[in-house]
Design a protein around this ligand. Structure first.
Ligand SMILES: C[S@@+](CC[C@H](N)C(=O)[O-])C[C@H]1O[C@@H](n2cnc3c(N)ncnc32)[C@H](O)[C@@H]1O
Length: 285
């Protein structure tokens, strides 16, 4: 357990998808003056050195952020995310990739707050050092699912929870569905974003059913596939060919905004002309 290290994957197509949506979700919260709280249950180290040997091993970022970060034709909905990545690489060479904590930190206003939990000892140490002394950021070495019980509902009563599991142990889909149901019972009006890999589509369909059966309403489902599941153009068996995000209580109009955004990402990140994006209500109002 806990063998997963995000540095091997930083900046891949899944990070681009996840973080582009994260920025939209945080930007929506910042539209109203009232402060918000961001809880990142599986925070990672916060920022990734793409020149590190681990990131260089499979160079996953080449099929992800490297393809899009300097594109001038990106849709408006991606502009803020791409500007954040460019701000991390001011000399125009892609060396660093911001994780969800650094992305969120740049989007907090002075009255906003974030709570980051991470279980891996060394990733936690790096994360804690990164935000040491920052009074808007609380960093804890703890299980992300326990964090849902410990920190929800936040006193601000406005905010976003990102559940971005490493999926490095069996039963994770079921664990997430149960954790989401529990968190929603504690705090029904929060926005929750749950990222998941698409490796075995039947497992994803089971997860969708489990989440739908929790009784939670207003769940938007977004997905990006960069290669077909099988046949011509498919990636080797066991590789992640797509990923998705469930958003509970999405901000107004995310469903409309996400269509063109995913369409652009599909074209930019699809392998050899393959690629698909999808937005649908898993559970409506
Ligand atoms: C996909 S990475 C997170 C990436 C990060 N959210 C980002 O977008 O930059 C998943 C992280 O979860 C951590 N992790 C695994 N199981 C955990 C658990 N039960 N609670 C908290 N963190 C966990 C891993 O060590 C890993 O750093």
């Amino acid at each position: 357990m806990l063998s997963y290290r995000h540095l091997f994957h930083a900046g891949n197509f899944a990070d681009v998808f996840k973080h582009a949506l994260l920025v939209r979700l945080l930007a929506a919260l910042a539209r109203k003056e009232k402060p918000f709280c961001y809880l990142d249950t599986h925070a990672g180290t916060g920022r990734y050195d793409l020149e590190h040997a681990w990131a260089q091993k499979a160079r996953e970022f080449e099929h992800g952020i490297a393809r899009v970060w300097q594109r001038a034709d990106a849709p408006a909905a991606l502009a803020e995310y791409l500007a954040l990545v460019r701000a991390e690489n001011p000399d125009g060479v892609l060396r660093r990739y911001p994780g969800s904590p650094c992305i969120a930190r740049r989007m907090l206003r002075p009255g906003d707050r974030m709570v980051l939990t991470e279980l891996n000892r060394s990733d936690f140490a790096e994360l804690a050092e990164r935000f040491a002394g920052d009074r808007q950021v609380q960093v804890r070495r703890m299980d992300g699912y326990e964090a849902l019980g410990a920190f929800l509902p936040p006193p601000e009563h406005r905010g976003l929870v990102l559940i971005d599991s490493a999926f490095d142990r069996a039963g994770e889909f079921a664990r997430i569905a149960a954790a989401l149901a529990g968190a929603h019972r504690r705090w029904a009006t929060g926005t929750y974003a749950v990222w998941y890999p698409i490796v075995e589509p039947p497992a994803v369909r089971r997860f969708e059913r489990e989440v739908a059966e929790t009784g939670i309403r207003r769940i938007l489902q977004l997905a990006l596939e960069v290669a077909p599941e099988r046949g011509a153009g498919a990636l080797p068996a066991g590789w992640m060919h797509g990923c998705g995000m469930l958003v509970v209580n999405p901000p107004w109009r995310l469903d409309e905004e996400a269509g063109p955004l995913l369409d652009w990402l599909r074209a930019a990140l699809g392998r050899n002309g393959h690629g698909a994006g999808a937005v649908r209500w898993l559970v409506p109002e």
